[in-house]
Design a protein around this ligand. Structure first.
Ligand code: FAD
Length: 395
């Protein structure tokens, strides 16, 4: 039986391992450097099953999110993971956002996502406290706990006889005698192929394996607040602003989580460490790497104004509350309590552009997932099928 080593025990790595073990008859070892699964992006996100309306038609993101929203809900239901298809509103609060709302409606249609344009009174039937001029209602958006999805994947992998090695960092990779060898603190793991799903470290793991990918990972921290329990009634489901097409993220939104809490965020500030969840988490190595990469300076120039606004909002709860009050005017500063932050792994090219789509790179006996930002949790089971096809080609 062929054997594949998967680096990274976030949702993408676990989904790939599951696809290989359950559907392709391959034996797998998953190597995760942290002592628990889903320790980074997968365990620190908004928990939204995206419908697929935002993404460029024909892109991996578009078709994998649309298919993934269905496969994720099915997987959760089949495995006893709580999931709710609650729908969402994208709201235009300023007249200049109305044409962008229309563009979004057209994009949704091109991607095959049912989205209905509604007026302010109709929007308030879904969300009585919302402020808007018009909105898009998307019924197929859902909520789930991706940590719980990972626990289900781990259970199934265990039943399939996979070797699950948390607390095992991959430190070196080389090809030998037509196989791949991965050096870990506990010895060498040998496999017929390797899949790199290392998220925030994916470019480094690719370099360990001898590749020289053009793109580098830039870590963007997303900070969250949550509404005090007694103010949760202000939000029934998911309320998003119309995204600014010149920016890579969706803008701070209000999200009901599957446990009933309501999260507000995330903003986007450059993290001073790849896995840096607070301002005081700083890594000299990570900062030097960012400073030496020409794309960083180009990116900084391009987004200087937005970057400053995001940093100011990071330090000012009042500014954060003001952004949320655009969507739901009843939200006040005192309603907000700090919640855990997350760090997004976003690939950037030397010209400073951010890689928009999911990015995969292949080498003999290797498949690397080099850009898997949102909606990769939603799309993880589809990414897994795509990657497994590439792996089988390599074996
Ligand atoms: C703030 C935020 C909000 C988001 N909201 C959503 C959302 O609502 N919906 C959605 O679909 N997506 C969302 N996303 C995106 C989604 O969380 C990610 O796309 C997804 O979790 C990526 O999964 P992953 O497995 O690639 O990465 P990760 O979950 O980061 O996993 C990578 C793993 O690799 C391990 N690793 C790294 N290097 C090594 C090594 N050398 N050896 C062994 N292990 C290693 C890490 O420890 C880590 O556990 C959000 C992300 C963030 C940060």
């Amino acid at each position: 039986m062929q054997h594949v080593a998967v680096v990274g025990g976030g949702i993408v790595g676990l989904a790939v391992a599951h696809e290989l073990a359950a559907e392709r008859g391959v034996s797998v070892t998953v190597l995760e450097k942290e002592t628990g699964w889903a320790a980074h992006q997968t365990g620190h996100n908004s928990g939204v099953v995206h419908a697929g309306l935002y993404y460029k038609p024909g892109s991996h993101k578009a078709w994998m999110a649309v298919a993934g929203s269905r496969s994720m809900v099915r997987f959760a239901r089949d495995n006893g993971v709580p999931v709710e298809v609650c729908g969402k509103l994208v709201v235009a609060t300023e007249p200049e956002e109305l044409p962008r709302l229309q563009v979004l409606a057209e994009r949704a249609e091109a991607n095959g996502v049912p989205a209905k344009r509604i007026d302010a009174a109709e929007a308030r039937e879904y969300e009585p406290e919302v402020n808007c001029l018009a909105a898009l209602r998307v019924e197929t958006t859902g909520i789930v706990d991706y940590g719980a999805v990972c626990r289900a994947l781990v259970r199934r992998l265990g039943d399939l006889g996979a070797e699950l090695r948390a607390g095992t960092e991959v430190l070196g990779i080389r090809g030998r005698d037509g196989r791949v060898e991965l050096a870990t603190p506990d010895g060498v793991v040998r496999a017929d192929a390797l899949v790199n799903c290392a998220g925030l470290q994916s470019d480094r793991v690719a370099r360990l394996a001898g590749l020289n990918p053009a793109a580098r990972i830039v870590p963007f921290r997303g900070e969250y607040y949550e509404l005090r329990p007694e103010r949760r009634h202000l939000v029934r489901g998911l309320i998003y602003p119309v995204p600014d097409p010149s920016l890579p993220f969706l803008g701070v939104h209000l999200t009901r989580m599957i446990d009933g809490s309501v999260h507000a965020g995330p903003n986007a500030v450059l993290a001073l460490r790849r896995e840096g969840y607070r301002w005081r988490d700083v890594s000299a190595r990570d900062l030097v790497e960012v400073a030496r990469f020409p794309g960083s300076w180009r990116l900084a120039r391009k987004y200087a104004r937005t970057g400053v606004d995001e940093v100011l909002r990071s330090f000012s709860k009042q500014r954060f509350a003001n952004s949320l009050a655009r969507l739901v005017p009843a939200v006040r500063r005192d309603d907000l309590v700090r919640a855990e932050a997350g760090v997004r792994a976003q690939a950037m090219l030397p010209d400073g552009s951010l890689v928009d789509d999911f990015l995969f790179e292949m080498a003999p006996r290797q498949v690397h997932v080099l850009n898997a930002p949102s909606p990769a949790a939603t799309a993880s089971l589809e990414i897994a099928r795509h990657v497994a096809d590439r792996v089988v080609d390599q074996l």
